[in-house]
Design a protein around this ligand. Structure first.
Ligand code: UDP
Length: 480
C-alpha cells in the first residue's frame, strides 16, 4: 500500500533578505497555529542571487531551530551580457532565469510529498503557469495592504486608458473605484515607463494576482474595513471574479537579527518622559540627499521637540537614490549642520545607519513616528500604538500615504516638492513634528492608534479575524 505523502506548503520568496524573512515568518505562523494539528511541513525555495553570508547564516539558523521548515536552494544562473536595464527589470529577469529550476524542483517534490499550495511573493510570477500546469494551487503573499492590492488589481484597467508613459503625465491623477486618486508619477517605479521591460512584468504581476487561487494579505479586517469591503464588491477586477483573499496580519518580520547588547538608543529612551519623543526613520532603503538631511536637522532643532532619528549615508550615485540598500559607514558630522549635535544633545539622538525600529516604537517614550510609509513600518506603528507623519519615498509608498491620509485618517501628511525627490523643507518638518506631538489632531491620532493597537491584538485572539482567516486558508489547503 502506498504510504500517505507528507502535506507540504511551498513558499517561494524573491531574492533578498527582507523577502526571505517575510516568507519564513509566514511559514512560522502556519506552523505555530496549525502545523502539529494538521501535520503540515513548510519548504522554502530560495534563489542564490544576492546571496550573502547574512542570508546563509539566517537560513542555517532557521533550519536548525525549526525542524518543520526546510530550504531548497536554486542553482545560480548567469544573466549574460545584456545592455544595462532598470533595477526592477533585472529582478524580474533574474527570477525568470530560475523558472525552469523551480519547475523541476516542484516536479521532484511531487514524487515524495503532497504539495498543498505554492505561495509566491509577487515578483515570482514566472513560476505561476508552470506550477498550475503541474496541478499545484498557486497563491500569492501580498506583503502590503488591502487598498494597495485593490489598486494593483485595477492597474490593468487603468493602463488601457493611457497611451503616454505615466512618468510624462505630470499633472494627471489616476482614479480608482472607491480609493483615493493617485498622481500618475507616483505609481510604483516599474510602471512609470512603458518602455522599461519591468513595465510588462509588473502588469503581468497585477494580472496574475487576479488569477491566483488566493491572495494572502498582510493586514487585518478591523484596520482596512473599507478597502476590504470594496474588494469583496469586486469592483477592481471588472471582467472576472476577485480571487479569494485572506487577511492574516499583522505579520511582523523579525528584522532585528542577532543582537549582542541592548542598543544604546533604548537606554537613552529610558531617560525620556512618556510619549515625548518623535522617531524618524525611512525604511531599509531610505537614503536621503545631504541637502534633505540638513533640512530635517534644522526643522527638528526649531521644533524644540525630543527626537530619535535614524540617518543613512546620502546616496553615492544620484541616479540610484532611494533605490538601493546603502548601509555603509560615513561621517555623520560632515552631513549635519555645523554644531547641530552639540546644540540638541540634551533632547535629541541621531543613530547612524540602522536602529532596532520595532523595539523603539514599543518604548513608552515614543509619542510619534515620521515614516516613509513602508507597510511594515506602518504595521509596526499600529502594533505599538504610535501615530504617524507620512513621508513617502519609493515603491508603493505614495499609495500608502494617500490611503493613510485620505482614506483611513491615520497619518499627518508632509508637503513635498512636486519632483522626483519629493523634497521637504525644514519649516515643514518643524510644523508637522509640532502638529504630531502637540496639536489636537496629534492627540486624536494617538487615541486612534491606541484603539488600533488593541484591535491588532484582537485580530490574533482565539476567534479574531486573522486567526479565522488563517484557519480557513489552511483548511482549504488540506482539502486540496
Ligand atoms: N528597519 C529597522 N531599522 C531601521 C530601518 C528599518 O529595523 O533602521 C526595519 C523596520 O522595522 C521594518 C523594515 O526594516 O521592519 C522596513 O520595512 P518597510 O516595509 O517599512 O519598508 P522598506 O524598507 O521595505 O521600504
Amino acid at each position: 500500500m502506498k504510504s500517505k505523502m507528507q502535506d507540504t506548503i511551498v513558499l517561494y520568496p524573491s531574492p533578498g533578505m527582507g523577502h526571505i524573512v517575510s516568507m519564513v515568518e509566514l511559514g512560522k505562523l502556519i506552523l505555530i497555529h496549525y502545523g502539529h494539528q494538521l501535520s503540515i511541513k513548510i519548504l522554502l525555495i530560495t534563489s542564490k542571487f544576492w546571496d550573502s553570508p547574512v542570508v546563509t547564516d539566517y537560513i542555517n539558523t532557521i533550519s536548525k531551530s525549526y525542524p518543520d521548515i526546510s530550504f531548497h536552494r536554486l542553482p545560480p544562473r548567469s544573466v549574460g551580457d545584456h545592455p544595462p536595464r532598470s533595477r526592477h527589470a533585472k529582478v524580474f529577469e533574474l527570477i525568470e532565469l530560475n523558472a525552469p529550476d523551480v519547475l523541476q524542483a516542484l516536479q521532484e517534490m511531487k514524487e515524495t510529498c503532497n504539495i498543498n499550495a505554492l505561495v509566491l511573493d509577487m515578483f515570482c510570477i514566472s513560476a505561476h503557469t508552470g506550477a498550475k500546469n503541474l496541478g499545484v494551487p498557486v497563491y500569492y503573499f501580498f506583503a502590503t495592504n488591502a487598498a494597495c492590492l485593490a489598486a494593483f488589481l485595477y492597474f490593468p484597467t487603468i493602463c488601457k486608458q493611457y497611451t503616454k508613459p505615466f512618468k510624462d503625465l505630470t499633472n494627471t491623477f489616476l482614479h480608482f473605484p472607491s480609493l483615493p486618486s493617485l498622481k500618475a508619477i507616483h505609481v510604483p517605479e516599474p510602471m512609470l515607463n512603458i518602455n522599461d521591460p519591468a513595465y510588462d512584468a509588473f502588469l503581468s504581476l497585477c494580472i496574475n494576482l487576479s488569477k491566483a487561487d488566493g491572495v494572502i494579505v498582510n493586514t487585518f479586517d478591523e484596520l482596512e474595513a473599507d478597502a476590504i469591503k470594496s474588494l469583496e464588491d469586486g469592483v477592481f477586477v471588472p471582467d472576472a471574479p476577485t480571487p479569494p483573499l485572506y487577511y492574516i496580519g499583522p505579520l511582523l518580520a523579525a528584522t532585528g537579527g542577532k543582537q549582542a547588547a541592548r542598543h544604546v538608543c533604548l537606554s537613552w529612551l529610558d531617560r525620556q518622559p512618556p510619549e515625548s519623543v518623535v522617531f524618524l526613520s525611512f525604511g531599509s532603503r531610505g537614503s536621503l540627499p545631504e541637502e534633505q538631511v540638513k533640512e530635517i536637522a534644522t526643522g527638528l532643532e526649531k521644533s524644540g521637540k525630543r527626537f530619535l532619528w535614524v540617518v543613512r549615508n546620502p546616496p553615492a550615485d544620484a541616479n540610484l537614490k532611494k533605490q538601493v540598500l546603502n548601509i555603509v559607514d560615513f561621517d555623520l558630522d560632515a552631513i549635519l549642520p555645523e554644531g547641530f549635535l552639540e546644540r540638541v544633545h540634551d533632547r535629541g539622538m541621531v543613530v547612524k545607519l540602522w536602529a532596532p525600529q520595532q523595539e523603539i516604537l514599543k518604548h513608552e517614550a515614543i509619542g510619534g513616528f515620521v515614516t516613509h510609509s513602508g507597510w511594515n513600518s506602518v504595521l509596526e506603528a499600529v502594533v505599538a500604538g504610535v501615530p504617524l507623519v507620512a513621508w513617502p519615498l519609493y515603491a508603493e509608498q505614495h499609495m500608502n500615504r494617500n490611503v493613510l491620509v485620505e482614506y483611513m485618517d491615520m497619518a499627518i501628511p508632509v508637503e513635498q516638492r512636486d519632483d522626483e525627490d519629493g523634497f521637504v523643507s525644514g519649516e515643514e518638518v518643524e510644523r508637522r513634528v509640532r502638529e504630531l506631538m502637540d496639536s489636537e489632531k496629534g492627540k486624536e491620532l494617538r487615541e486612534k492608534f491606541k484603539k488600533l493597537k488593541a484591535s491588532a491584538f484582537g485580530a490574533w485572539g482565539e476567534s479574531g479575524s486573522s486567526t479565522v482567516a488563517l484557519a480557513t486558508l489552511v483548511k482549504t489547503w488540506k482539502r486540496g
